[in-house]
Design a protein around this ligand. Structure first.
Ligand code: SF4
Length: 303
């Protein structure tokens, strides 16, 4: 599946075996069915040879990739196959269930800078009671430990997450736990969602439904608290030179919207490059000059 010029998505598994109580995907698509790592690596290489620079490796939970084939995560093996491919590219992993994170992938990122240290870890919550009701095993301590491991091994790691608020039974105390987790986690990017009932899921009939107004107020509180956290996280890039992939040129102006290692397509902010006469699909080395809300501003290196 092609995205903008120079970027493509590569799906490595269908379905999901995790059974989070709010989610209809396992009911609709069934348990995880993983592709053969050799086939995936061959497709990856063919895409690189065809001129694709950024490959987003996608699946409902990449940490579970291969469990159905080998009884263990095959994500580390896949990354090592990808690392042996020559050429200029970057691989971005999208979505790893935080309870399923294979720590070995940190080695793969440390060894090969083309495997981006970008992790989308949908924590959903931090209160043990809510996580249990969601049929997830972790808690705030385990998740903060995971973040600390990632950051100590990979100082340039970028972490994105999603929080689900207003889940049945979520009390003010549970929400307060989530808010303090948010402050401690200092995630680069965060999307907040208000729970909505999905038919046939275990959560559909759960007691303790949270009024929509409360759920929306909690979502807004998470979003407001995240703004300065994201801005502070972005400020660490100011003054640094990065390779970016141009997504779009703004016609009539010498401006381009580009994506750096910290910008997953569609969901994260972008890098606005001023000058350089850049075109979509082009690679450029740019120096970041400022943070502008959720975006970075940059100029071509040496400009
Ligand atoms: S890991 Fe994701 S896709 Fe799988 S059940 Fe949980 S929410 Fe759904």
């Amino acid at each position: 599946l092609r995205g903008f010029p120079g970027m493509a998505y590569l799906k490595i598994a269908e379905g999901c075996s995790n059974r989070c109580s709010f989610c209809a995907i396992p009911l609709i698509r069934g348990g995880i069915s993983s592709r053969d790592p050799t086939d995936v690596a061959a497709e990856f290489e063919a895409l690189v040879r065809s001129g694709v620079y950024e490959l987003c490796i996608i699946g409902q939970d990449l940490g579970s990739y291969g469990l159905d084939r080998a009884g263990t995560s095959l994500l580390p093996e896949l990354l090592s196959k990808i690392s042996s491919i020559s050429g200029e590219f970057r691989a971005r992993m999208l979505y790893i269930h935080p309870d399923r994170f294979p720590r070995e992938i940190l080695d793969a990122c440390a060894k090969d800078p083309r495997i981006l240290p970008y992790f989308d870890l949908p924590f959903q919550h931090a209160s043990p009671a809510v996580l249990k009701a969601m049929n997830r095993q972790g808690d705030a301590k385990a998740y903060l430990g995971l973040l600390a491991d990632i950051r100590s091994r990979l100082p340039d790691a970028v972490i994105r997450s999603t929080f689900l608020v207003g889940f049945p039974g979520e009390s003010d105390e549970d929400f307060a736990l989530l808010r303090s987790f948010q402050d401690e986690a200092r995630l680069d990017w965060l999307g907040a969602f208000a729970y909505s009932r999905e038919e046939d899921t275990p959560a559909y009939a759960m007691k303790g439904r949270v009024p929509k107004k409360t759920a929306l107020a909690r979502k807004a509180a998470i979003e407001e608290a995240q703004r300065p956290i994201t801005e502070a996280a972005l400020s660490r890039w100011v003054g640094r030179t990065l390779r970016v992939l141009v997504e779009e040129r703004i016609e009539g102006e010498d401006l381009a919207i580009a994506r750096g290692p910290m910008n997953a397509p569609e969901v994260d902010g972008a890098i606005v490059v001023v000058g350089g006469n850049l075109r979509a699909g082009q690679l450029a080395d740019v120096t970041v000059s400022a943070v502008r809300g959720v975006d970075l501003e940059a100029v071509p290196r040496g400009a």
